[in-house]
Design a protein around this ligand. Structure first.
Ligand code: ZN
Length: 383
């Protein structure tokens, strides 16, 4: 892999919530990893001139529902993952594969599906996007040894609880303890029902289960009362998710609540797509702009909620612009015609960012987004 340097960067947004902006104008990449940030250009290799634009970490969508490959039967759409890459997404975390045609609902079947989806996306990255799939859908009859077996085969996620056969909070809590003991991250669906078959879940259920993430607290698509979000924050350690497929007003309210409590490190962003609401290639970009503009959150913090916070939750080496991290980067800018001067300004007034380039593991995957408006600045990327 060739070395690469990005120069002339206007703002480096780190993805790290405790220090969201890194001083300097240069990022040096070697062997697919970030070698240095802020300092002077490397001696050789390809040079990208950012033209004063902003660089953020590759976006990590904390909530997707993939199946196998780059196809979603839910909306009969091919290429949705590649389309999301053009919205700056370089990592996707599965919240379950419920849209798999004829999906099994017995213990052997859900285990097989989780292992298959996990291994399939490990072997195949659609358009280069790192899809972490194989989130087991909990069904009655699963035992602790099933979780041990799945963990040994690489399964790291439990699908949002509430959309599968386990509806009882105590049963869900027992399986959550087993999953967490084997290193899996567990999400609970919250709020109203999403599609027929899913349930209505409030704070009491989440508090009994004690998951790693309270999924789509702004609704998937119908939001919890904000008082329930407060109870979850008070009585669990869970991260709190805000998604594109939810209630827009509630997205701002949850973000503002976290800011007021000085707990923005618990905020994670996702899309919850593909779903009934469709496929949203710009869903993470738009949710960041809601969090910032409606929640009154500094734009660089909104970026961290969709990058470093998600990576931190899942123990990934992406999501931050720090030496040693995987070189998953997005060059962004204010969209042409924006009333703001730069990317962070655009987010804070509710605009959707312009994506000028996307890199995964130091390789340029997108030269100009086919889905966002064009950037104000001109960015020089050698062929
Ligand atoms: Zn859900």
């Amino acid at each position: 892999m060739s070395d690469l340097t990005i120069t002339n960067i206007g703002t480096i947004v780190s993805g790290n919530i405790t220090a969201p902006i890194t001083p300097g104008d240069t990022i040096v990449i070697r062997d697919g990893k970030i070698e240095s940030v802020g300092g002077s250009p490397g001696p050789d290799g390809v040079e990208i001139d950012a033209g004063g634009a902003t660089v953020i970490p590759g976006l990590c969508d904390n909530h997707v529902h993939p199946v196998i490959g780059d196809y979603t039967p839910r909306q009969h759409q091919i290429g949705f993952i590649e389309s999301c890459l053009h919205g700056g997404v370089t990592t996707m975390m599965s919240a379950g594969e419920p849209h798999t045609p004829g999906r099994p609902k017995d213990p052997a079947g859900v285990k097989a599906l989780a292992i298959l989806a996990s291994k399939s996306f490990t072997n195949l990255r659609p358009a280069g996007v790192k899809v972490h799939a194989g989130a087991v859908m909990l069904e009655p009859g699963l035992t602790e040894s099933d979780f041990a077996e799945m963990a040994a085969e690489g399964v790291r996620l439990v699908a949002e609880i509430g959309i599968s056969g386990i509806k009882d909070a105590d049963e869900a809590a027992q399986m959550t303890r087993w999953a967490q003991a084997h290193g899996m991250r567990v999400m609970v669906h919250t709020g109203g029902a999403s599609i027929p078959g899913s349930g209505v879940i409030g704070a009491d259920f989440v508090i009994t289960v004690q998951p790693d993430v309270a999924g789509h607290t702004n609704g998937g698509p119908t939001a919890l009362p904000l008082s329930d979000v407060e109870m979850i924050l008070d009585q669990t350690e869970a991260k709190v998710e805000v998604v594109h497929n939810g209630n827009v007003k509630a997205a701002g309210a949850v973000a503002a609540l976290l800011a007021e409590r000085d707990e923005l490190h618990r905020l994670v962003v996702g899309t919850d797509s593909p779903a009934g609401s469709g496929v949203q290639p710009l869903g993470v970009l738009r949710t960041m702009s809601w969090v910032s503009s409606l929640g009154g959150i500094p734009a660089a913090i909104a970026v961290a909620a969709a990058t470093g916070n998600v990576a931190n939750l899942h123990g990934l080496d992406t999501g931050t612009i720090t030496p040693g991290a995987e070189a998953d980067l997005v060059i962004v800018d204010a969209p042409l015609g924006s009333q703001a001067d730069d990317a962070l300004g655009a987010l804070s007034i509710g605009d959707t960012l312009a994506v000028a380039a996307v890199l995964i593991d130091g390789v340029v995957r997108v030269r100009k987004s086919r889905n966002t408006p064009p950037p104000v600045r001109s960015i020089g990327i050698p062929q």
